[in-house]
Design a protein around this ligand. Structure first.
Ligand SMILES: *[C@@H]1O[C@H](CO)[C@@H](O)[C@H](O)[C@H]1NC(C)=O
Ligand SMILES: *[C@@H]1O[C@H](CO)[C@@H](O)[C@H](O)[C@H]1NC(C)=O
Ligand SMILES: *[C@@H]1O[C@H](CO)[C@@H](O)[C@H](O)[C@H]1NC(C)=O
Ligand SMILES: *[C@@H]1O[C@H](CO)[C@@H](O)[C@H](O)[C@H]1NC(C)=O
Ligand SMILES: *[C@@H]1O[C@H](CO)[C@@H](O)[C@H](O)[C@H]1NC(C)=O
Ligand SMILES: *[C@@H]1O[C@H](CO)[C@@H](O)[C@H](O)[C@H]1NC(C)=O
Ligand SMILES: *[C@@H]1O[C@H](CO)[C@@H](O)[C@H](O)[C@H]1NC(C)=O
Length: 481
């Protein structure tokens, strides 16, 4: 039973290209929330935006030119409507339209025509400004998500300019002439602004690490394995999701299986994590020889009825205290194979093929090997999220102990097997289940907090769906959209 489970895992998914082991799905609800937060951020930024000065000249033919300058613009009011955002198919993209934006500005105005100089203050109102833009999504060669501005259109339906001061008919004449030009210039600069924002975002995405150092042993690789996949209601990112050893990096002898996440429109974000990811960590730790430990009597609580000495072990292995009377013992425990996880709809199955090598500790501290047993165990676990904590429970399905090697002659392993089973069930699993029942808090960040998080065990993967509350640097926005 035990070896066949591992074999099944090794063979499964060994055909085909590289499937993503982690999938991140942004739903329409998430997109709308993101857009709401982004709009708030832009509204805040707009209050501080600096508008470049405008200068130009109006040609009066043989009568020369009027030179003018509009400067010192400040936004006094901006009604920024909620943008409308949609996933764009089939090429992956996101369209944004902002319809009916209006902005009121103040500024200074000066002009000269020959030796005539005029000047005054300006009030500019832009009505029904419409901006639509399409942002393309893709994947670069290093597996970063990439964004680019594909199409941007901005139109201003009406522009109203009032001037105070100066010689008003000549001023009005200049303004009337310059109006169209100002309108075109602003329309263009809106799209330049959109392109700049997109370029900033692209820059930010390019510098993101697709290899995260987990600890001194493991690296988590999360580049995109394929371009984003989009439909009318969601955006799906497929990530490699593989742990690699930092000591001796090499690919595991098994591959991620394809899995399909069902739509979760009620949640902003869903993440699917396949058993491949967990197994790649298990494989790396095993390959680097990290899945081993030594047990000595000093690690066993004094009150325990079980002790690592030859007289106690004599009740299971009669010849041991005869050959080595009154000596303490030590155990070397290691995995013979990488512990294999299989995710199912009803449970997470874990198979551990282990070996225990027993030693007696001679009075001169030399370790003398006495026997080796194979200890194979199978566990079933469940995991769920409650009160924003990850919780779980584990039961032992099977445990067998067989004699693999002996320096002291053969002995029956059944009594030792029963003892080990009892010790695992009544001490190790009880402690573990207490910890799992308490749970582990879900991660929190300064700028984002998860809410309504649920976890579902599925065949081949675990799906986590959640809402989030995001707080961008200077904007404060509510918990729920
Ligand atoms: C436990 O494992 C042994 C050895 O692999 C197998 O023969 C036995 O059927 C298993 N028992 C259960 C309940 O799965
Ligand atoms: C806006 O500008 C003021 C003063 O120049 C500065 O203190 C403030 O932090 C800026 N706010 C934003 C949102 O950039
Ligand atoms: C990215 O990874 C490199 C190398 O592991 C590390 O030096 C750097 O600090 C990381 N950058 C970020 C933003 O995490
Ligand atoms: C994985 O599944 C998707 C959708 O079900 C399918 O389009 C794709 O071809 C599959 N990939 C492989 C390598 O089987
Ligand atoms: C366990 O003991 C053996 C033999 O003394 C030693 O080689 C090994 O490094 C030890 N392993 C650990 C994990 O302490
Ligand atoms: C060996 O273990 C038994 C039972 O746990 C204990 O009573 C005894 O004191 C131990 N002997 C030594 C030498 O530690
Ligand atoms: C330690 O004692 C054992 C048993 O008495 C003996 O076989 C071994 O050679 C000794 N080792 C050393 C290094 O003295």
């Amino acid at each position: 039973m035990f070896p066949s489970l591992t074999l099944l895992l090794l063979l499964a998914g060994s055909i085909g290209g590289q499937n993503p082991a982690v999938q991140v799905v942004l739903s329409n609800k998430g997109l709308q929330y993101g857009s709401h937060v982004g709009a708030g951020w832009i509204q805040d930024k707009l209050n501080n935006v600096t508008i470049p000065d405008v200068s130009g000249k109006i040609s009066l033919g043989i009568f020369g030119n009027i030179n003018y300058q509009l400067s010192g613009f400040q936004i006094v009011k901006c009604d920024f409507p909620e943008p409308s955002v949609e996933f764009f198919q089939p090429q992956p993209g996101i369209t944004t339209s902002i319809l009916g934006l209006s902005i009121a500005l103040t500024g200074e105005f000066s002009a000269n025509y020959g030796f005539i100089k005029i000047g005054g203050s300006l009030q500019v109102a832009l009505f029904n400004v419409d901006v639509t833009s399409l942002m393309d999504l893709g994947k670069d060669d290093d597996g970063h998500l990439s964004v680019s501005s594909n199409n941007c259109m901005a139109s201003i339906e009406a522009l109203d300019v009032r001037v105070h001061g100066g010689s008003s008919w000549i001023t009005q004449f200049i303004i009337d002439q310059a109006k169209w030009w100002i309108k075109t210039k602003i329309e263009k600069s809106i799209c330049v602004g959109v392109e700049d924002l997109t370029a900033d975002l692209e820059c930010h995405l390019k510098t993101m690490n697709v290899s995260l150092k987990v600890n001194e042993n493991l690296l988590l690789e999360v580049p995109l394995t394929r371009p984003p996949v989009i439909d009318a209601s969601s955006l799906n990112l497929g990530l490699k999701g593989e742990f690699l050893s930092l000591i001796s990096p090499h690919e595991p002898p098994f591959q991620a299986q394809n899995f399909t996440m069902g739509p979760q429109p009620a949640f902003m974000l869903s993440v699917g994590l396949s058993d491949f990811t967990v197994n790649s960590a298990s494989y790396s730790l095993f390959s680097d020889g990290l899945l081993q430990t030594n047990i000595t009597d000093s690690m066993i609580p004094p009150a325990s009825p079980v002790h690592l000495n030859t007289s106690y072990m004599g009740s299971f292995i009669p010849q041991l205290p005869v050959m080595f009377p009154g000596l303490m013992m030590a155990l070397h425990v290691h995995a013979r194979e990488f512990p294999a996880f299989i995710f199912q709809t009803s449970a997470i199955k874990l198979t551990i093929l282990g070996a225990v090598k027993a030693f007696v500790i001679q009075p001169n501290s030399t370790l003398t090997p006495v026997f080796t047993v194979h200890a194979d165990s199978a566990f079933s676990g469940k995991t769920w999220i409650a009160d924003q904590s990850l919780k779980g429970s584990v039961v032992m399905d099977n445990f067998t102990l067989t004699l693999a090697d002996t320096q002291i002659g053969t002995f029956k392993t059944d009594p030792l097997e029963s003892l080990s089973k009892f010790a695992l069930k009544s001490f190790v699993l009880v402690k573990l289940n207490e910890k799992l029942a308490q749970g582990f808090d879900l991660p929190r960040w300064k700028q984002a907090r998860l809410s309504n998080t649920v976890l579902k065990m599925e065949a081949g993967f675990i799906g986590i769906s959640t809402d989030a509350a995001v707080q961008l640097q200077d904007a404060a926005h509510g918990l729920h959209p």
